[in-house]
Design a protein around this ligand. Structure first.
Ligand code: ASP
Length: 329
């Protein structure tokens, strides 16, 4: 056989090398090996937080690691989104962005520190969220036509709640009030969770919000819903008319919430996160929780990173002229 010393050293070196390769490979394949942070750029309890917690719960099971929600509020969601854009691109920091942070914000923040279309790896769409026009429960108008007339007659006395300049609630109500030609007083919150509390308490008059935040309160009668701004009624709010039915057909708007990772996150990590999201959206319990709140779940092609990238690009193009023209600040 003739084992030589040199031969043994060479064999040992080869074994060490291949062990290193194997463990190097294993380290990559081990993602995720510790908890993942998902930044929600709004207050806990609001629509973005609700969607994030529902999908994160199921994705955590698939990934075998906890996805921890961190609420980083401020500047209409752009503070938390900036933090995510600047985080290490290692798959351990994600953000639940939305139509505001990744669609409307560039029109309203000249010094925005991220480009929604270039500084993230899109993971996938979590839920579509139609917009509902709501008011405090004792707001005088009894239907949308009266609401429009009342707003036009009393705009300077009315308070409209929103979740910060560039947020969904801000942008979508800016679209509404610019169509009506009015400028109510804007009252900013760190999210529409706290805004909803004040709407229930009667401290503010009305807002435009994502349906998933509203269904329980509308059903309980603690707030009033005037219309939903999509072509068909929502099965979750069958008694709430569409804007088309109720006399404001040009007001059509739906938001969306989607997961993004910092630019440069490895492709296999992006694929793993997307697969976990797609699986969550096929899970009957997760689906039911989103659908019961009025959320809309994309079909399989609509859940891909590529589809989300296209959505972001088209939303920026859509919102920029609307918001620049409306001067929604
Ligand atoms: N996403 C909501 C908005 O933009 C706020 C929130 O989630 O609290 O209005």
């Amino acid at each position: 056989m003739g084992f030589t010393r040199r031969g043994l050293i060479a064999t040992a070196a080869a074994i060490t090398l291949s062990a290193g390769l194997i463990s190097g490979h294993a380290a990559e394949a081990a993602y995720p090996e510790r908890p993942i942070t998902m930044i929600v750029p709004f207050a806990a309890g609001g629509p973005t937080d609700i969607i994030a917690r529902i999908v994160a719960e199921d994705m955590s099971k698939t990934l075998g690691q906890q996805i921890v929600i961190e609420n980083v509020t401020g500047a209409g969601g752009t503070t938390g989104s900036t933090r995510a854009a600047q985080a290490a691109p290692d798959g351990y920091t994600l953000v639940m962005g939305h139509m505001g942070t990744h669609g409307a914000a560039p029109a309203l923040y000249p010094n925005l520190k991220y480009d929604p279309a270039k500084d993230f790896e899109p993971i996938g769409l979590a839920a579509g969220t139609p917009i509902v026009i709501v008011a405090r429960k004792d707001f005088p108008p009894k239907d949308l036509k009266e609401f429009v007339a009342y707003l036009k007659a009393n705009a300077d006395k009315l308070n409209q709640a929103h979740a910060g300049v560039g947020s969904v609630s801000h942008s979508t109500c800016t679209l509404l009030t610019s169509q009506l030609g009015i400028k109510p007083t804007l009252v900013p919150y760190n999210g529409t969770g706290p805004a909803l509390n004040d709407l229930v308490g009667g401290q503010v008059d009305f807002m435009c919000d994502q349906i998933v935040n509203l269904v329980p309160q509308i059903e309980a009668g603690t707030i009033k819903a005037y219309a939903i701004a999509i072509p068909e009624r929502s099965p979750s709010l069958p008694d709430v008319p569409t804007t088309k039915e109720a006399g404001l057909p040009d007001y059509q708007v739906s938001a969306w919430n989607a997961i993004f990772a910092p630019k440069g996150t490895p492709a296999d990590v992006v694929a793993q996160l997307n697969a976990a999201l797609v699986k969550a959206l096929d899970d009957p319990n997760t689906r039911k929780r989103i659908l019961d709140l009025g959320g809309v779940i994309a079909d399989k092609p609509g859940r891909s990173p590529e589809a989300l990238h296209e959505l972001v690009v088209s939303e920026i193009a859509r919102w920029t002229p609307v918001l620049k023209g409306a001067n929604g600040k």
